[in-house]
Design a protein around this ligand. Structure first.
Ligand code: ARG
Ligand code: ZN
Length: 872
């Protein structure tokens, strides 16, 4: 039975303090816990604690060992008789870290001989470590003592401030940590093993001396410097932007290769998937550097949005995740180019969240029910959640939003809050009722915003009719209108922006109209000629805009819009028109308009290299598929290639070659914006050239591979060769494999680049990768590099008409599910959207899914995803 938001009850029992003594061992770890209990209600409810997979060794209440008749341990609940307000419950349990393949609770990263122990508790991992009311609204003060063999576990870390270390008999030692801030159990963490560190002293704006320490295994510690710099930038930014200071004496960050997600914001002891912490020019691409900076910032920002103010229950997950993604996006925009960041984020939203919202897995940003909460760390909760915060911030303006955040922190510091609390704080601080935005949190599905313009030349009036519609989603047949802020400008037919007069007021050249009814009109006065509207600028709301632009109008915006984002967006819309108009080789008006406008931008050098690279990239295959009702991924792939070939032809091989040479003559490996932009454009130009003159492009790629100094250039070249199955591909792959034999993150790229080769042969490639000695399902990054790259990032490879791709994946998922249910469930979302496949594929997909659903013993994680994907 699912857990429902409506069933929320305050906890009857809470915990004031918890003392943990953890006696660490690879095979067996013993955990002693002393809980000081607080009873909330008036009538006594029995004490019930969560606990899963725990071997109970001892239990006592208020100093007296408990007779087995006074407690029951079944169905992952420990029920204890006789507890009173203020009672102390002591338990001792044993867990088996090395046998734990779920990477939840306490587990081993790496080998038994050299690996280290660590924990992952969010969302419900703490119950795999000790008995506890494992829910985020129980905030306790933690004292943690780690005890271990010194030679095997020289480094002992837990969240909070260090509070002493010492020697014990037989070569053992201990270390204690006290966290002064009450926290929910999901923020508990410990790490123990052989680790190296780099560190830096930091003084917060309000004068606290803090040690910032990055930890990793010895062979990669040199690759932690970039993350340490990024951490310092994040801390300064949060002080400047939100007045938020760090609040402990130490801030530890640990890198592991064995991690289910990106990273985790445990109080004072962040733990990172190495992919988002390690960076060096030889093994990281420019994109990966940006991702490291973003994730370091994200986890750091959680210290206030998540840790100091946490979530009342897991339905409120977006309260911390959406808000923290938004803060990270602001930070990254400040550190890099705002419009490039916006393009990247909106692309991600369209690639991941829009399909989620449009299919059987659709759920509100604040879900109303779930079976397995780990299945709800989704693009909807994170990315759409961030878009909702962005709309609120836009509504309040920079100062108003800051004022609102101050009130939010003031009211809820040290407690567990709800989405309503957040909206009230922001609204109250500004005298505005933001509750209408609650509908956005409660309603699944992407609203479609339909816009239509009418020009009355005689009255010099332009009327824009804006209407919204959200399609039914599983469990939500009826939808209500939501407030949609539409940022807009008007352009004349020469591409000049027009002054706006709305309702008799001059509104500058840009205005925001909030559409909160099913349909409404906006009238612009004093409009000299029939305008071209630039709508939803900077993507002011997470909706699908429907406006019947002509190719010429989009070309005009693409050339003239000053809003960098909308300029790109006009290009994307034009590419969609061009794509839809393609039938065979004949060039259509839309295709011509797209090619001409981009060719002009390409030739005039009047635009930033990175933006140009993005403009030259049409929407991805997943975005095209999202717009169709009978999806044939092979056809979409071919048609998108054809579209790009038209563009390449229009620009011309000589121009592409000349630009490639000019860009390649810069050899700087610096990370500054200009160098990154050059590499990005160089890649795009090479990819376009490969569509026209494969031999030349492959020769250049092989040369670029040989001479590359950094990973961006090397991986681009490898990608072009491998994707085209060029004759030079095998040698490059062999070289890459040799070069990075000891670098798992780089090796993941070697796997992924092959798993992503489009078309039918991909499955055979994937099967050969699977038998590679370096392949394992036990490591999530490696599993994602093959299964995820193939099933989620290679539509034309995965969606074979014979269904072999589906059958291969379901086999692997069943196998993976027995090891790591979280990852199995995550990878299974590749089946989202199968109902909209063309009939042949739909039927074989259905059969494969049905077969998987029939299997005995599926985890709750995978069972929920497969069940939802199939039935809704
Ligand atoms: N709170 C983490 C973050 O977004 C994500 C951890 C989620 N882990 C999980 N197993 N569900 O930074
Ligand atoms: Zn987060």
């Amino acid at each position: 039975t699912p857990i429902r938001l409506h069933d929320y009850r305050r906890p009857a029992w809470t915990v004031d303090t918890i003392e943990l003594d953890v006696d660490l061992g690879i095979d067996a770890t013993d955990i002693t816990s002393r809980l000081t209990l607080r009873h909330g209600g008036t009538q006594t409810t029995p004490l019930r604690l969560d606990g899963e997979g725990l071997e109970l060794l001892a239990i006592s209440l208020d100093g007296h060992p408990l007779d087995p008749s006074h407690y029951r341990h079944e169905d992952n609940v420990l029920e204890v008789d006789g507890a009173r307000d203020g009672s102390v419950l002591e338990t001792r349990v044993r867990v088996k870290p090395a046998a734990n393949t779920t990477l939840e609770g306490l587990y081993l990263s790496g080998s038994r001989e050299t690996g280290f122990l660590l924990t992952q508790c969010e969302a419900e991992g703490f119950r795999h470590i000790t008995f506890f009311p494992d829910r985020p609204d129980v905030l306790a003060r933690y004292t943690v003592t780690l005890l271990a063999d010194r030679a095997r576990f020289p480094v002992l870390l837990a969240g909070g401030n260090p509070d002493g270390t010492g020697e014990l008999a037989e070569g053992r030692h201990w270390a204690r940590f006290v966290d002064t801030h009450p926290k929910p159990s999901y923020l508990f963490a410990l790490v123990a093993g052989r680790l190296e560190n780099i560190q830096r002293d930091y003084i917060t704006a309000n004068g606290r001396a803090v040690k910032l320490v990055m930890w990793s295994e010895a062979n990669v510690i040199d690759r932690c410097h970039y993350a340490l710099d990024a951490l310092e930038r994040s801390m300064r930014w949060d002080e400047r932007t939100y007045g938020r200071n760090y609040d402990l004496d130490v801030f530890h960050v640990v890198a592991t290769h064995d991690f289910n997600m990106g990273a985790m914001e445990n109080k004072g002891l962040n733990i990172f998937n190495a992919k988002y912490l390690l960076a060096d020019p030889d093994s990281s691409t420019d994109e990966e550097y940006r991702a490291v900076e973003a994730v370091v910032a994200h986890e750091y920002f959680h210290n206030w949005t998540g840790n100091r103010v946490t979530c009342r229950d897991w339905f409120q997950l977006s309260l911390k995740e959406g808000l923290t993604v938004f803060r990270e996006q602001q930070f990254s925009a400040d550190m890099n180019s705002p419009s490039l960041k916006r393009i990247e984020d909106v692309s991600l939203l369209r690639r991941t969240q829009f399909p989620e919202d449009a299919g059987p897995l659709a759920h509100p940003v604040r879900p109303s029910e779930y079976r397995e909460i780990n299945n709800f760390y989704t693009a909807t909760v994170y990315e759409k959640g961030s878009e909702l915060v962005r709309m609120l911030a836009g509504r309040l303006g920079q100062e108003g939003f800051r004022r609102g955040m101050d009130v939010y922190f003031e009211r809820h510091d040290g407690s567990a809050a709800t989405i309503e609390d957040f909206l009230s704080a922001l609204g109250d601080a500004n005298g505005i009722d933001l509750m209408p935005y609650l509908a956005w949190y409660a309603q699944a599905g992407t609203p479609h915003l339909h816009a239509q313009g009418e020009y009355d030349a005689a009255r010099r009036q332009y009327t824009l009719t804006l209407s919204q519609h959200t399609r039914a989603t599983p469990g939500q047949p009826e939808k209500v209108p939501v407030p949609i802020p539409v940022k807009l400008s008007l352009f004349d037919r020469d591409g000049r922006v027009l002054p706006l007069h709305i309702n008799g007021h001059a509104a500058g050249t840009e205005a925001v109209v909030v559409v909160d009814m099913a349909s409404q009109h906006v009238v612009f006065h004093d409009v000299a000629t029939e305008p071209v509207p630039s709508l939803l600028r900077d993507f002011s709301a997470p909706v699908v805009l429907e406006y019947d632009y002509s190719p010429a109008e989009l070309a005009l915006l693409l050339t003239n819009d000053a809003d960098g984002f909308n300029r790109w967006e006009a290009g994307q819309q034009l590419a969609v028109l061009a794509f839809d108009s393609l039938h065979g080789n004949a060039e259509t008006d839309a295709c011509k308009a797209w090619c001409d406008a981009l060719t002009a931008l390409f030739e005039h050098h009047a635009i930033d290299d990175a933006l140009l690279a993005d403009l030259l990239t049409p929407p991805g295959e997943i975005e095209f598929a999202d717009r169709q009702s009978e999806v044939d991924p092979a056809k979409i792939h071919a048609q998108r290639q054809e579209l790009q070939r038209h563009l390449a032809k229009r620009i011309g091989a000589p121009a592409l070659l000349a630009r490639y040479r000019a860009l390649a003559s810069h050899t700087s490996q610096s990370l500054d914006a200009e160098s990154q932009a050059r590499r990005r454009l160089k890649r795009r130009v090479l990819e376009l050239l490969a569509l026209l003159d494969a031999d030349t492009a492959h020769a250049l790629a092989a040369q670029q591979y040989e001479s590359a100094v950094g990973m961006t250039d090397r991986l681009t070249a490898l990608g072009v060769l491998v994707r085209d199955r060029a004759p030079q591909a095998a040698a490059a792959l062999a070289d890459f494999r040799r070069r990075y034999a000891d670098n798992p993150l780089a090796l993941d790229k070697w796997f992924a680049v092959q798993a992503q080769v489009p078309g039918e042969p991909a499955l055979a490639t994937v099967k050969s990768l699977e038998s590679d000695p370096a392949f394992t399902l036990k490591n999530p990054n490696r599993a994602r590099a093959v299964l995820g790259a193939f099933a989620s990032n290679n539509p034309s490879g995965f969606h074979r008409a014979d269904g072999e791709g589906y059958r291969w994946l379901t086999e692997r998922l069943a196998e993976l599910d027995a090891l790591n249910p979280q990852i199995a469930a995550r990878l299974a979302t590749a089946f989202n959207g199968w109902q909209r496949l063309e009939p042949v594929r739909r039927e074989v997909a259905h059969a494969a899914l049905g077969e998987l659903a029939q299997r005995q013993g599926l985890s709750r994680n995978l069972g929920e995803i497969i069940g939802n994907v199939l039935q809704r």
